[in-house]
Write a protein that binds this ligand. Structure first.
Ligand SMILES: [Zn+2]
Ligand SMILES: [Zn+2]
Length: 179
C-alpha cells in the first residue's frame, strides 16, 4: 500500500519477510520478480560449457517455488573427473538504501559479527552518513553496507560487521525503531 509520499508498507517485489527480516526471495519466482540473470560457466579445462538459467521457462514448468540454490546442481555435466560449473548473477533490481528509506517498516540492524553488539539505524540516517563521509549515498546497495563501515566494534575491537534489514513497526516500545 503506497501513500502520497511514496512510502510503502509492503516489501518490494522479489523480497519477502522471514522471521522479521527483509530478505531476497530465493525462489525462481523471486529471481524473476527482481529481474535477476543467472549464468553458469564450467571451469573444467575440456568443458568450458556455458549455460543460462531460463527462469521464465522454469516458472512455466511449475517450478516457481523451487529454490535456485537447489536447482543449480541439476545444470552440472556428467564429465569424468567432475564438473566445475560456477554461477554468476547479475542485473535486476538492487536493494539500495534509498529504496529502504521509502519502506515504512524497514530499519537497518548493524551487528558485530564477533560479540553480537547491535545498533539500529534508519535508512535515511544511513544515507546522510554515507554522503557526509563520501562513501556512497542513495544508490549504495544494502549488501555493500557492512563493508563500508570503517570503525571497529567499541565492545570487542573487532571489525566484522553484519547488516540486516528488520521489518516491523517503527514506533512503540520494542519496535525496531525504538533504539
Ligand atoms: Zn562441466
Ligand atoms: Zn564486537
Amino acid at each position: 500500500m503506497s501513500s502520497i509520499f511514496g512510502l510503502s508498507d509492503a516489501p518490494p517485489r522479489g523480497w519477502r519477510i522471514v522471521q522479521g527480516e527483509l530478505v531476497a526471495d530465493p525462489t525462481v519466482a523471486g529471481y524473476l520478480a527482481r529481474g535477476r540473470e543467472i549464468r553458469g560457466l564450467c571451469q573444467q579445462q575440456d568443458c568450458r560449457r556455458t549455460c543460462q538459467v531460463d527462469l521464465e521457462d522454469l516458472a512455466r514448468r511449475g517450478l516457481g517455488a523451487a529454490r535456485i540454490q537447489e536447482l543449480k546442481p541439476l545444470y552440472k555435466c556428467q564429465r569424468l573427473g567432475g564438473c566445475a560449473l560456477a554461477f554468476h548473477e547479475k542485473y535486476g533490481t538492487e536493494l539500495t538504501v534509498s529504496v529502504l528509506a521509502r519502506l515504512k517498516p524497514a530499519v537497518l540492524r548493524i551487528r558485530c559479527g564477533n560479540c553480537r553488539k547491535t545498533t539500529r539505524a534508519r535508512p535515511g540516517a544511513v544515507v546522510a552518513r554515507l554522503l557526509a563521509e563520501g562513501l556512497g549515498g542513495h544508490e549504495t546497495r544494502v549488501e555493500d553496507l557492512a563493508g563500508l563501515i570503517r570503525g571497529e566494534c567499541r565492545g570487542c575491537r573487532v571489525r566484522r560487521w553484519e547488516v540486516a534489514v528488520l521489518w516491523g513497526p517503527r514506533d512503540g516500545p520494542g519496535g525496531p525503531g525504538a533504539a
